[in-house]
Design a binder for this molecule. Sequence first.
Ligand SMILES: Cc1cc2nc3c(=O)[nH]c(=O)nc-3n(C[C@H](O)[C@H](O)[C@H](O)COP(=O)(O)OP(=O)(O)OC[C@H]3O[C@@H](n4cnc5c(N)ncnc54)[C@H](O)[C@@H]3O)c2cc1C
Length: 265
Amino acid sequence: MQVFVVGRSTLDLKAVNSFLESEDLEWRRSDSATESEELVELAGRTCYLSFGERQSPRSNSAYIFNLIRSGHESVLEHVSWTFLITGISRALTHQLVRHRIGFSYSQLSQQYYEVDGTAMIVPAEIASHPKALAVWEESVEASRTAYHKILEILRELPSSVDLSKKEFLRGIRSAARSLLPNATETKIVVTANARALRHFLEIRGDIVGDEEMRRLAATLLEPLKMEAPALFDDFAIGKLADQSPIVHKLEASSKLSGERNVAIW
Ligand SMILES: Cc1cc2nc3c(=O)[nH]c(=O)nc-3n(C[C@H](O)[C@H](O)[C@H](O)COP(=O)(O)OP(=O)(O)OC[C@H]3O[C@@H](n4cnc5c(N)ncnc54)[C@H](O)[C@@H]3O)c2cc1C
């Protein structure tokens, strides 16, 4: 599995300064905050116009911590990341795309793209068990062979005047892919905002019986922690006994998440 961070939110400081000047406001910025973190802070401060004299001495990270613990999380929706993810199974992406809110997807098509080598993702439980692996490999190879055979047979069908070549190919690939296993490797571009990502990490990161999903959660969290530590500091990556990763939401934050009406500015 590989995750490439191919896009991220940026802060246009020139525009921000124009806004501040137009309102005769001053924003005391934290030295170490990243662009994503500052964008969240800017959005939060705009809600209360807490700039200048109305700005508390809180650092950016303390400000964001406070936003999260007070439940003012819509502000986190202003920053997003775009990930290009490869080396994951169709089984995993079927679960991933169930996340509807704050997520956008573009996935490799099995109708337009013929999976030639048909790479497969071996589940960890099977990979570490030679007997199971042998059965799995045999079954996967049979599917792969059948997929190509079916395509070959259907390609020879007499061409219909009603079907363009594109639709003909779509039809036969759609039919043949019914034989491809859930393990089929896929590629997907995922854009998600920080709030949606936090929700994903919380509900998907620590499912012990779902190794591939845990691995995805941890592989997404790693760059996020570098790009916006204040937004993801309450998540930690640990390891299970088999050395596979697990993502935990830290206790301190979950205790605080019950608190409401905490002053934000
Ligand atoms: C452990 C586990 C087991 C699962 N098992 C199954 C299963 O057996 N079968 C299955 O089909 N799915 C299963 N799922 C998928 C699950 O039901 C969700 O579809 C998936 O996790 C996406 O979560 P979500 O709806 O919270 O996310 P999103 O779709 O991103 O939604 C985010 C949040 O927005 C709100 N929201 C979104 N849509 C609505 C709405 N229509 N009405 C009101 N509020 C809304 C909710 O607060 C929601 O949590 C499982 C998930 C987990 C984590």
